[in-house]
Design a protein around this ligand. Structure first.
Ligand SMILES: [Zn+2]
Length: 198
């Protein structure tokens, strides 16, 4: 891994290693102290994240003040992070902020049928406001909280890493956000500690 990246160099790297959309969203802020990275710094960066996550990401024709999407995204992320932490700790969380976003949802089914394609039912979403673009993310958070196995929803074991992941491995023994990111770093540290002790 490269040493400390130059500050203000490029946008922080977007990480999709949580194996869960909701956790990837929470992971858009990561690192501690001077290593802290914020991936959501503008409406454009939120749209970029949505697009990278494979979600609708166009504000074309959608009314809303500049900055409204960012503000809503940061509020949703904070609510989601708290809810996941509370679920993990076995406590009951405040569902109101999440439900407010869920209530903006306006989905409907459409039958698609053409010469090239057999009839298929597809999900469409009406996006009446910038905030409504976040509905699929809020739905992923709600689904994770209700249906996720929180034995397997874990934080990276690296002491200075804040990243969450959903362990979908067969052995359920995933320990790191990623081997490249933290796994190898910890292995090297353990190796050095062993060498020192010898
Ligand atoms: Zn990590």
């Amino acid at each position: 891994m490269a040493a400390n990246p130059a500050p203000h160099a490029a946008s922080p790297t977007l990480l999709f290693l949580g194996d869960d959309l909701a956790l990837d969203f929470i992971n858009t802020a990561y690192g501690v102290d001077e290593e802290h990275q914020e991936c959501l710094g503008s409406d454009a960066q939120v749209l970029d994240w949505l697009q990278r996550a494979g979600l609708p990401s166009s504000l074309e024709g959608v009314p809303g003040r500049p900055g409204a999407l960012l503000k809503a995204a940061l509020a949703l992320r904070e609510a989601a992070r708290k809810l996941v932490e509370q679920r993990k700790a076995g406590n009951v969380g405040d569902v109101a902020p999440l439900n407010r976003v869920l209530a903006l949802g306006s989905a409907y089914r459409e039958l698609v049928w053409s010469k090239r394609q057999e009839p298929a039912v597809e999900l469409r979403r009406r996006v009446a406001s910038a905030e409504a673009l976040l509905v699929p993310v809020a739905e992923a958070v709600a689904t994770l909280l209700a249906e996720g196995d929180f034995e397997l929803v874990r934080r990276c074991e690296s002491s200075d890493c804040t990243l969450w992941f959903h362990d979908h491995t067969k052995s359920h023994r995933r320990r790191w956000c990623s081997m490249a990111q933290c796994g190898n770093r910890q292995k090297v540290a353990a190796f050095r500690a062993r060498q020192k002790a010898e």
